[in-house]
Write a protein that binds this ligand. Sequence first.
Ligand SMILES: [Zn+2]
Length: 226
Amino acid sequence: MPETLKRNIVMMGAPGSGKGTQSAVLSEKLGINAFSMGDILRGVARGTDEEARQVKALIDKGNMVPDQLAIRLMEKELFKPENQNGYILDGFPRELSQAKALDKALNSRKYAKYNMGIDLVLLLQVPDDYVIDRIIGRYACAKCHTLYHEKFKQPHVFGICDVCGGKEFTRRADDTFETVVSRLRLFRRVTAPVIPYYEMKGLLVCVDGTGPIDVVSEKIRKIVGY
Ligand SMILES: [Zn+2]
């Protein structure tokens, strides 16, 4: 691996910015794991111990995970042997208090030899209008789940799935204008304050997240240096 390769990466971006997609691409290219807090919680909830019961209750009620628990679970995940060569955090930390607590955990003396501190924070930037267009127009084949979009990707024959010939399509219930706008507001209020925090540490690089997936991936490739 070249010395400039960044391997401990945080992927940030508003909902609909494509950070999940780009995290997955990067994960495959670098051969390291990408995960979100949601992934970790679902993993823990499958267990049978007391912690699993607590987490399952939180998920079932749709409650936010308290910072302390989030950091403890994240720390546990990151220090698993398979993640010690690097990690991609998809949408975590979500707020400033989590960012600070995460740094403290990763840079604590007991872990110094593992070099787990964050190397790079990528911020995918997309205008609100773009996110709204992208999210509220999307739908999927009910049978094979191929994704379509009213503006950007209709089936070749209207009303018939390109892949399986299915004629029924579904939409996610929360892909409405109101929900998207409220999620964008939440991002601005809760998560955006994390951005200057990483900027001051010299870790932040902004990426234009508009355009086709492979064009954005190429920009990220140059920054990460693989
Ligand atoms: Zn289909």
